[in-house]
Ligand binder design. Structure first.
Ligand code: HPA
Ligand code: ZN
Length: 332
């Protein structure tokens, strides 16, 4: 199964670029930018990655991002992730970034976008990896800050395909952002949102209705509402599920208890993704392997995760067909 997973062409749809900051790069950038970090070594950083819920992770994740200052830092971060994509046979990736994590520290929006975009362009040319960029609003901040961020994004509209919503789900429901999502749609952005990770199935319903999203990030709590599960299956609404993230943040206690395979077999368009791989212990292949190790899956079912991701992606329809054909070839 490991070699089947390795050779399977993959599409990633749920990846926070700030969550790919490996401890070694964190140290390198801290030194280069004279930022002090409360750790003595990369190993000490890794040892600190013990999380009991989403918030305990977010606190460390936002702190880690403070070493990112210059355009070159965002380029280095993104390029390192794209080399992991090459290793894991990820042929297309749709990357989240959190502008407010940086603009709140006085880093210019353009510094962030230009650094990331430069690496994405190089990956297309040199590695044959295609990509899209999704800008997430931080839901623990207020809607006016999201509006400000949307304004800052307008000059870079050609580089950003969609807006998303991440950070602390508890206490920050989709409703809080319905006006800014409406305005983003009027400007031509597509929309996605984290919903039903730690929050309720109702957050999924509200995100679909109030934010007009075309796919749901996480969404595993849909299982609490049978009617919703049936609706998601019937409409083939995509869910970007992150198995190692969910066990690390105790959304599920064990991978055996994870509901991704159950949802797959109920006909939902579920996909496998790495979320914040530097923090959760694995990139795409590790996530596929973790699911395959804990559940009895056929090659056909593993390939279906890839086919679902292609279907759920923002790739042009004619390219989708070509990619699906490549995946099908792997099964035989
Ligand atoms: N959930 C919410 N916010 C996040 C996540 C996540 O999985 N990763 C990075 N920011
Ligand atoms: Zn996420």
């Amino acid at each position: 199964m490991d070699s089947f997973i390795q050779n399977l062409p993959k599409v990633e749809l749920h990846l926070h670029i700030e969550g790919t900051l490996e401890p070694e790069l964190m140290f390198k950038l801290a030194k280069r930018n004279h930022v002090s970090i409360p750790f003595e070594s990369p190993q000490e950083v890794r040892d600190a990655y013990q999380f009991h819920n989403l918030q305990s992770f977010l606190d460390i994740y936002y702190q880690g991002a403070e070493v990112l200052i210059h355009e070159q830092d965002f380029y280095d971060l993104t390029w390192a992730y794209l080399l992991k994509c090459q290793q894991d046979k990820v042929v297309h990736t749709e990357i989240f970034f959190d502008p407010q994590t940086h603009t709140e520290r006085g880093i210019a929006f353009e510094t962030v976008v230009n650094g990331i975009s430069k690496a994405l362009k190089q990956a297309e040319q040199e590695l044959g990896i295609s990509s899209q960029l999704i800008m997430c609003f931080l839901r623990h901040l207020d809607e006016s800050s999201a509006f400000e961020t949307l304004q800052q994004a307008l000059p870079f509209k050609d580089k950003i395909i969609a807006v998303g919503l991440d950070s602390s789900e508890q206490g920050n429901p989709p409703e809080k952002f319905k006006h800014v999502f409406q305005e983003a749609i009027e400007h031509g952005f597509l929309t996605v949102a984290h919903a039903g990770e730690e929050g309720s199935a109702q957050n999924i319903i509200d995100a679909l209705e109030m934010l007009s999203i075309t796919r749901i990030d996480h969404g595993v709590r849909c299982a609490d509402n049978e009617e919703l599960v049936e609706q998601l299956a019937a409409k083939r609404t995509p869910l970007t599920i992150c198995p190692l993230s969910n066990t690390k943040l105790k959304v599920f206690d064990t991978m055996q208890e994870h509901n991704i395979v159950d949802l797959l077999r109920k006909g939902l368009c579920v996909t496998i993704n790495s979320d914040d791989p530097a923090y959760f212990g694995g990139y795409m292949n590790d996530n596929f392997k973790a699911v395959a190790d804990a559940h009895s899956l056929s090659k056909q079912e593993l390939a279906q995760f890839s086919i679902n991701a292609i279907e759920a992606s923002f790739i042009a329809p004619y390219v989708k067909e070509d990619l699906i054909a490549q995946v099908r070839q792997c099964i035989h």
